[in-house]
Ligand binder design. Structure first.
Ligand code: ZN
Length: 344
């Protein structure tokens, strides 16, 4: 449990209020509740009223990737990625309407499917794309692809809360139902493919884990006489972009894979700044791999297959990388293997 000082500091850091203002709010809250709560208790209530998630609550909070089909009360802080238009359809002679909302956090995206009468209820929440929201008491069902999908149910609610700085997976920013990429198994990949693969990291190449990019435009930089130059911005103090390469295996085959920037950061759980700090303390940047728990991670990767000029082998250049729930994936793999065994 956080001390009162820590609570005040954290609330101040995450809201626009100064520490003194928060101390005053705590006093007022205690008065309002006739002194029935401690200062700490009042601080927690204020944090909740401001829509803040405190450190220790975050640990307990569900993340998008934790949502599986069949849950009865899903509570989640997330960001709205997309709200589709209302679609009308006819089934067995009756008209129906449906609207989809894509929402999620840094661990993934889920679809909230809203049907018929629920649509009006949803609109009462006055939510728009880009909002940070708290959803409570939703249900999760299995969609026709076997993924979890949220439903409002009778008790489900959405409310807008303060921006928590949630970064959606890269794919969500450009999400569109019509541009699904074909998924292939690794044994079927060929140079030129633009596809999705799913597999686990079985090996990491412990090579230089970063490259310098322009501080302003994140473009390529070159070192000339001890100065870093960007073609568009001129002299720059370069940022470090992460680079991660390793081998992905999906049970059918494996392929050397390269990930860059935020994709590498997400998988490695480290940032360019972490590397900068290591180098500033004159530590070997390769130690970044030591404290990281990458091997065995299950990933869904969209990208392109290229032939390596040097080795002639194919490689996967990942543009989007998301971690997928390992338990679900292993069930899927077991299912696939069972199917193959039956055919053979
Ligand atoms: Zn630049």
């Amino acid at each position: 449990m956080l001390s009162l000082e820590e609570l005040i500091m954290e609330i101040s850091k995450k809201s626009e209020y100064s520490e003194d203002e928060i101390k005053k709010m705590i006093e007022e809250k205690q008065d309002e509740l006739s002194g029935l709560v401690s200062e700490e208790g009042a601080a927690y209530i204020i944090a909740r009223e401001l829509g803040l998630t405190l450190l220790e609550e975050q640990a307990r909070n569900l993340k998008a990737r934790d949502v599986v089909p069949g849950m009865f009360s899903v509570d989640l802080n997330c960001k709205i990625a997309k709200i589709t238009d209302i679609r009308t359809f006819e089934r067995n002679g009756t008209q129906g309407t449906v609207q989809n909302v894509l929402l999620g956090d840094e661990t993934g995206i889920i679809r909230l499917s809203i049907w018929n009468d629920e649509i009006e209820r949803f609109h009462e929440f006055c939510i728009k794309e880009g909002d940070t929201v708290k959803i409570t008491k939703m249900l999760s069902k299995e969609d026709n692809l076997g993924n979890a999908e949220l439903r409002l149910g009778k008790r489900g609610k959405i409310e807008k809360i303060k921006d928590l700085g949630i970064n959606l997976p890269v794919s969500a920013r450009a999400v569109s139902f019509s541009t699904a990429v074909q998924e292939k198994t690794i044994n079927n990949l060929k140079a030129g493919d633009r596809v999705r693969i799913k597999g686990r990291i079985i090996q990491i190449f412990k090579r230089k884990p970063y490259y310098e990019v322009c501080e302003k435009c994140e473009g390529k930089v070159e070192k000339m006489n001890d100065k870093w130059l960007c073609k568009s911005c001129g002299e720059t103090n370069p940022k470090f972009a992460l680079l991660l390469s390793g081998i992905i295996d999906d049970g059918y085959g494996n392929i050397r894979t390269i990930m860059f920037k935020e994709n590498a950061e997400r998988v490695l759980g480290k940032t360019g700044d972490d590397i900068k700090k290591l180098i500033e303390k004159s530590k070997d940047p390769l130690t970044i791999y030591d404290s990281s728990d990458v091997l065995g991670k299950h990933l869904s990767l969209r990208g392109s297959v290229k032939e390596n000029d040097f080795s002639g082998n194919i490689e996967f250049i990942a543009n989007e990388v998301e971690e997928i729930d390992s338990e679900i994936r292993s069930h899927e793999m077991i299912g696939e293997i069972e199917k193959i065994n039956k055919i053979m």
